[in-house]
Design a protein around this ligand. Structure first.
Ligand code: NAY
Length: 287
């Protein structure tokens, strides 16, 4: 797992005009990203619309990605669901499909106790031989104490840390260990996450313009913070433009303009399916 570092898109899942999983576009997305030198793929996460898909569809995305990847880059599959039962099924399927690591948001919706969340990660991690990347997401934040508790589970290898309190990245490395891998998840703060010691960055906007983020990562590594800040500002202009118009649907259209039609999002995300809406978005983007 130590080798999965750098820039990893939280890969989009293409759907067609009728909201059907579009395997042909999915294959094109995998190739587009790998050809643009991303250092790994994080699939079926929130950006991948996993919570809008059936377990069978999620499994199919994993299978198609692994087939098309042909071992070129490491793959982390998000297998999170509300029930441990479904998450284990997805985790074991991902292991059979050959992914390099699994990841999961904590169980959501009911509000689970710390012991239940710990049990969720322990049960899933025990069910496969794969390393687990816990996922600290703003709407269901684990927080430092829980991350530390989870780190003692055999197999929990790191955390995808989506938050804007980056001082915790330093604390995780100091108190849990330098080998505990941290991916920074807030694209608008990629420079900060990397500067605070994250091993990599995983995010939605690394789908549409990976080059900017790879250059930003290189600039931080070289200590060239002025250049990193310049690139972050370019990235943020696109991020905030897109978020105000629906992040995931906008990213998919931006990919189409970059030469890789990533299709459409499922409702209630939806968006930009008709040509007029697409043209309007493009005109505003250019402006
Ligand atoms: C995933 O699982 O798809 C992700 O990694 C999502 C990461 C995104 N965070 C959230 C909360 O959706 O990329 C970020 C996010 O879109 C970006 O920082 C803009 O806010």
């Amino acid at each position: 797992i130590k080798s999965i570092t750098g820039v990893l898109p939280a890969m989009v899942t293409p759907f067609d005009e009728n909201e059907k999983l579009d395997e042909q576009r999915l294959r094109a997305v995998v190739n587009f990203l790998i050809e643009r030198q991303v250092e790994g793929l994080y699939i079926t996460g929130s950006t991948g619309e996993s919570f809008l898909m059936s377990p069978e569809e999620r499994k199919r995305v994993v299978e198609v990605t692994m087939e098309e990847n042909r071992g070129r880059v490491p793959v982390i599959a998000h297998i999170g669901a509300i029930s441990t039962f479904h998450s284990i099924d997805l985790a074991q399927h991902a292991e059979r499909a050959g992914v390099d690591a699994i990841s999961s948001v904590p169980p959501i919706y009911w509000g689970f106790s710390a012991d239940q969340i710990h049990g969720y990660y322990a049960d899933i991690t025990r069910s496969t031989k794969l390393p687990m990347i816990a996922y600290n997401v703003p709407m269901a934040a684990l927080g430092f104490d829980m991350i530390k508790r989870l780190s003692s589970i055999d197999g929990v290898a790191g955390v995808k840390y989506t938050a804007t309190t980056h001082h915790d990245i330093i604390r995780i490395k100091e108190e849990i260990g330098q080998d505990f891998i941290v991916y920074s998840g807030a694209d608008e703060m990629a420079m900060s996450g990397l500067s605070f010691g994250a091993d990599g960055i995983i995010g939605s906007f690394y789908n549409s313009m990976p080059e900017i983020w790879i250059a930003l990562r290189d600039a931080v590594a070289a200590g060239n913070l002025a250049e990193a800040k310049r690139l972050q500002e370019i990235g943020n202009a696109v991020i905030f433009f897109s978020l105000s118009r629906g992040g995931i649907p906008s990213i998919k259209r931006a990919m189409a303009w970059m030469g890789c039609d990533a299709g459409y999002a499922r409702k209630p995300l939806g968006g930009f399916i008709d040509q007029a809406a697409d043209d309007k978005l493009k005109a505003e983007f250019r402006g």
